[in-house]
Ligand binder design. Sequence first.
Ligand code: CP
Ligand code: NVA
Length: 315
Amino acid sequence: MSISQRPISQKHFISLEDYSPDEVQEILSVSCDLKAKLKKGEQHNVLAGKSVIMLFQKPSNRTRVSFEIGIQQLGAYPIVLRPSEIQMGQREEISDIAKVFSRYGDGVMMRVIRHTDILEFAEHSEVPIINGLSDLYHPCQAVSDLQTIAEHKLSPNGGSLKGLRICYIGDGNNVCNSLILMAARSGMDITVCCPTGYEPSLRVKGAPYTVDHDPRSAVSEADVVYTDVWTSMGQEEENLNRLRAFEGFTVSVDLMEQARKDAIFMHCLPAHRGEEVDNAILESKYSVVFDQAENRLHAQKAVMASSNGITTCLR
Ligand code: CP
Ligand code: NVA
């Protein structure tokens, strides 16, 4: 594993579908290495002189702040654009923006409303694109989650995540889709527990998952219990219907006790306390949600900083 300053591939980081198990493992290794370097106060400004443009069509706390700080820690310059500034597809065609930004920056991180927009942008971009959340995927979250699971479930001497059981309870949304892909790439089993009609849209060969509609049976034997909001950004009009549909799917202390004794609780945050998860769980011994949030910083730096030609914001 190495953190290289060589200009390498132009590979986008849009979905883990495009990444092999070895490549996902490589990002994890680089992330762990960068985290250790930061904790030891070692310089790692491998993107010195570069610029990364960040484009947000939706609100964000973790993604915005962890990317901006991470880019600076790598020695690069972050530029943030909000929806009112960029007006993608309104003031200007997506393809033109992509071509113009390719002349200025060395990489573009995008949080978009429609996944098809990020694909269109990437088609016209000459610099790597990183998906900071779309309606279909949240791959940056998934690699941070992988690091968090590894930290909590592997011994300091290593080991394997193969066969570990994740139970995702809630909406089969963007976070869930990327979690399914992450589980497949790292050999973990995943069960999605949701009300009928809220199953994941993902159907990828080699990324299997089981669907269960009963929370108690779904969590039994789980090493990891994961949830996300029932109403994602942009679905606010469906909120009341969703509250009704997801009744009984809250992760409570009682439900968590049905999982394995040493199970951990995960949530990408922000959480709607009292809806998908009880307050007591977020603050409990099971909860690793703030480790997940921290690992966004390290994992995204790994995605940007390069590793043996996998992905980089270097041209
Ligand atoms: N988990 C996550 O992406 O958080 P933000 O929406 O605050 O960026
Ligand atoms: N599913 C949520 C994730 C937020 C990080 C959403 O898309 O709003």
